[in-house]
Design a protein around this ligand. Structure first.
Ligand code: PXP
Length: 241
């Protein structure tokens, strides 16, 4: 399993004082050097963490894979086509939410989604959809022409009881298997941390996880390199991949 590091909260900290430190671009470079296979940032409509200039600078220095999380708006489509990240991930976005709350509503937005994806892919950018781990959502993702899906692990991350954790892992695994059989690549993310990654790593169909908050929180105390290496060790101990 590979690790993509979301560096939004380095920018949150920087913006708290509206100064230059800590720099999310430096954080991205250290994360890559420490073994991350991708850097993720979410350019929000309100620019509450990552800003346009950060994205430009990230594009210049990221050598693994830059994943731009974004809402399905015309403004973001233009920015993506101009900036050319390797990948965009479409997420629902509400102004007042603390973080992304739930998967993209693919049923309600299907027609718009199909129109939206084409010019992005024509610009050489892959498209991922952040969806709930449900068969219907996966089937519509296939039909929409997306290249991959990111399965929402938020509900999994909140489970406390073993039987509930197991049920949620099975739900995610079933969706991941269906997506792979349907020709999509599968990643996952949201709410994953140094504890819940351990039972999660058995889902072989998931090639990569996207982790932000827990990793940046740990990096603030032990440093980015240690935080990335420790997560990679937990993700891959005892696994062939
Ligand atoms: N994946 C998506 C689509 C997200 O929106 C986020 C949060 O920005 C993450 C993964 C990372 O979630 P967390 O910060 O809880 O690790």
């Amino acid at each position: 399993m590979r690790l993509a590091v979301n560096i939004d909260h380095i920018a949150t900290l920087r913006n708290a004082r509206d100064e230059q430190q800590p720099d999310p671009v430096t954080a991205a470079a250290i994360a890559e050097l420490s073994g991350a296979s991708g850097i993720v940032c979410h350019l929000r409509e309100d620019r509450r963490h990552i800003r346009d200039r950060d994205l430009e600078r990230l594009r210049d220095i990221v050598t693994t894979k830059l994943d731009l999380e974004m809402a399905m708006t015309e403004e973001m489509q233009h920015i993506a086509i101009r900036t050319k990240p390797e990948l965009i991930t479409l997420v629902p976005e509400k102004r007042r939410e603390l973080t992304t709350e739930g998967g993209f509503d693919i049923v309600s937005h299907f027609d718009r989604l199909v129109e939206f994806i084409k010019p992005v892919q024509d610009a050489g950018i892959e498209v991922s959809l952040f969806i709930e781990p449900e068969k219907k959502a996966v089937a519509l993702a296939v039909e929409s022409g997306a290249d991959l899906v990111e399965l929402h692990t938020g509900p999994y991350s909140l489970k406390k009881k073993n039987n509930e954790i197991e049920a949620e892992i099975n739900r995610i695994r079933t969706a991941a298997q269906f997506a792979r059989e349907s020709g999509l690549r599968v990643v996952a993310g949201h709410g994953l941390n140094y504890y819940n990654i351990v039972p999660f790593r058995i889902i072989e169909e998931i090639e990569e996880v996207s982790i932000g908050h827990a990793l940046i929180a740990r990096a603030s105390l032990v440093g980015m390199e240690t935080a990335v290496r420790e997560m990679l060790r937990l993700m891959n101990t005892g696994c062939d991949k």
